[in-house]
Design a protein around this ligand. Structure first.
Ligand code: HEC
Length: 132
């Protein structure tokens, strides 16, 4: 819990990303992702998993699987692919909720990226869920 709060503060502090973005990211997550990745983002379970050939991965381990740093670009690439209508041969569908015209810069740890407001919020939210 403390870690989550700390990293939320870090993200908020250096990226110009505020609590509103985090809240928005959390809502987008609940509406679009929780059904498969779980309310706690730890993967597996849930009705959405029915019929999938792969278990949705634990999204709190993205940093851990990337040597301790949140994988900003690869995660963004994955999500942008899905936002554009799904990725061929992949299990996740497209999410029109994540599309948008307004772009926003997001800065997580030392990495920066520019994407839609929705994805920036979602990415920020995901980065705060990472376990050390
Ligand atoms: C229909 C179920 C389903 C939904 C809904 C879903 N996912 Fe996934 N997700 C999966 C599965 C299955 C995989 C692993 C296989 C793949 O890559 O297609 C995956 C993979 C991922 C990955 C790559 C993880 C890694 O370790 O490389 C990320 C990031 C991700 N999802 C984030 C999200 C986010 C954010 C949302 C909400 C916008 C979401 N997912 C919604 C099923 C889902």
């Amino acid at each position: 819990m403390l870690v989550t709060m700390l990293s939320a503060a870090l993200v908020a502090g250096c990226g110009g990303i505020g609590q509103d973005d985090l809240r928005r990211g959390g809502m987008l997550y609940t509406e679009n992702c929780a059904v498969c990745h779980g309310g706690d983002a730890q993967g597996g379970g849930g009705a959405g998993v029915y019929g999938l050939s792969k278990t949705p991965p634990d999204l709190t381990g993205l940093s851990q699987r990337n040597g301790g740093a949140f994988p900003v670009y690869t995660t963004l690439e994955t999500l942008e692919g899905y936002a554009d209508g799904g990725m061929r041969g992949r299990q996740m569908a497209g999410f029109s909720d994540l599309q948008g015209k307004r772009k926003k810069r997001v800065r997580i740890d030392r990495e920066r990226a520019r994407t839609t407001e929705q994805l920036a919020a979602l990415l920020t939210y995901l980065s705060t869920l990472q376990r050390p």
